[in-house]
Design a protein around this ligand. Structure first.
Ligand code: SAH
Ligand code: SF4
Length: 392
């Protein structure tokens, strides 16, 4: 490990339950945690399971934020809840809507920090891209988020809260008395916003448990994709404890190049990463692994790279998602030419792998992959620092 590539998960993590004037925020607690919190506050043990089910439905099925509305609970019990608990989600500071319909939310979390959440509507689905950290401790040289100095882990409530605030904005909560609408606006969730989700493992796992619960937000684990830069020791745990789909930021076919693009490669190199990935689908009973591959002009986009890539991943059920590089101010790379990207995709496709080219979405509002970063420009690294970390 070098001094220029700090690989650490030693970042500030807030207490799991956010005490607001001594109150516990319900949002983000798993069923077991909420049950325990209800009992700790004085709910009789015998009633706890039933109360938990009722509250859960109000919060995650109906989207209710006020205990007074929970009419199937006795008035006294509602008052008791209001005394001990809150139902809080992060605040949307601003919302931008791209010409292509993509929505970017700037979200304020406790401590005044900000993260971004992006909603990408498509014909047959709507994908919400959520953040797991403020900034990122990793320093991938092509990623805007990696240039942000300040880092803090999001709580489980702040992660679940991003799904809830998008449903608020899109008006997606069911309305009592109205027939159930089967079309889902937020039909998929990708952990591809700011941060490395596997460096905030417990909060991400708990949040996904809440999101996947089938009496609440009911997103199936096959509609959730977690993207990692390659935190090898946590990959098997993700399979066992979360079980969602996995995407890996691969981006290079030699250790020499990957060391520069994704510095975590110095800790766990390509071979080690691939060995961990071979186990994933079996452990999680999941479908193919998505290999994300950012197309950087003259860096990782040759025919030889494409051929090496398919050789490396042989035997892994995979699809290759080619991401045209999205530029940001001061970025030390350029997007590969379109013909190059297509030629690369063709080689991968002919080797038997789906090789979709990801259409950049929301570029006009800086909402595309890798462009996310809080407006805290004060904390920005200099272009010299960025170039030094890229080994340029
Ligand atoms: N930290 C996680 C998830 C967030 S990044 C990870 O790295 O996997 C989501 C995807 O966008 C990753 O594959 C990342 O490598 C890619 N990405 C980052 N910066 C980019 C950029 N400027 N252009 C295109 N893709 C980028
Ligand atoms: Fe962090 Fe992912 Fe960006 Fe790398 S690509 S700096 S891991 S957010």
């Amino acid at each position: 490990m070098t001094a220029t590539a700090p690989i650490t998960q030693d970042v500030l993590t807030l207490p799991r339950k956010l005490p607001e004037g001594g109150k516990v925020n319900i949002v983000g607690l798993t069923r077991e945690q909420l049950r325990a919190a209800l009992v700790a506050a004085g709910t009789p043990e015998k009633q706890a399971k039933m109360r938990l089910g009722q509250i859960w439905q109000w919060v995650y099925h109906w989207g209710v934020r006020d205990f007074a509305v929970m009419t199937n609970l006795a008035k006294d019990y509602r008052a008791f809840l209001a005394e001990h608990f809150t139902i809080e989600i992060p605040e949307v500071v601003s919302r931008q809507i791209s010409a292509d319909g993509t929505r970017k939310y700037l979200v304020r979390i406790a401590g005044g920090h900000e993260v971004e959440t992006v909603y990408i509507p498509e014909e047959s689905r709507g994908t919400l891209c959520i953040s797991s950290q403020v900034g990122c401790t990793l320093t991938c040289s092509f990623c805007h988020t990696g240039t942000q100095k300040l880092v803090r882990n999001l709580t489980a409530g702040e992660i679940v809260g991003q799904v809830m605030l998008a449903r608020d904005d899109l008006g997606e909560w069911p309305k009592p008395g109205e027939p159930k609408d089967e079309t889902r606006l937020v039909s998929n969730v990708v952990l591809m916003g700011m941060g490395e989700p596997l460096y905030n493992f417990d909060n991400v796992r708990d949040a996904m448990q809440v999101v996947m619960d089938n009496e609440g937000l009911t997103l199936s684990r096959r509609r959730i994709t977690l993207s990692t830069s390659g935190v090898v020791p946590e990959i098997a745990r993700a399979a066992e404890e979360i079980g969602c789909l996995l995407a890996v930021s691969f981006h290079a076919t030699t250790d020499e190049v990957r060391d520069k693009l994704v510095p975590i490669n110095k800790r766990w190199n390509i071979e080690t990463l691939l060995n961990a990935l071979r186990e994933y689908p079996r452990l999680s009973n999941s479908e193919r692994i998505t290999f994300e591959y950012v197309m950087l002009k003259g860096v990782n986009d040759s025919d030889a790279d494409a051929r090496r890539l398919v050789k490396l991943i042989a035997g892994i059920p995979a699809k290759i998602n080619l991401i045209p590089f999205n530029e940001w101010p001061g970025a030390p790379y350029q997007r590969s030419d379109w013909e190059r990207i297509e030629a690369f995709a063709d080689i991968v496709y002919k080797a038997g792998y789906a090789s979709p080219i990801r259409t950049p979405r929301g570029e006009d509002i800086m909402a595309a992959c890798g462009q996310l970063k809080s407006a805290t420009e004060r904390a920005r690294k200099s272009s010299k620092e960025i170039a030094a970390e890229a080994g340029l």
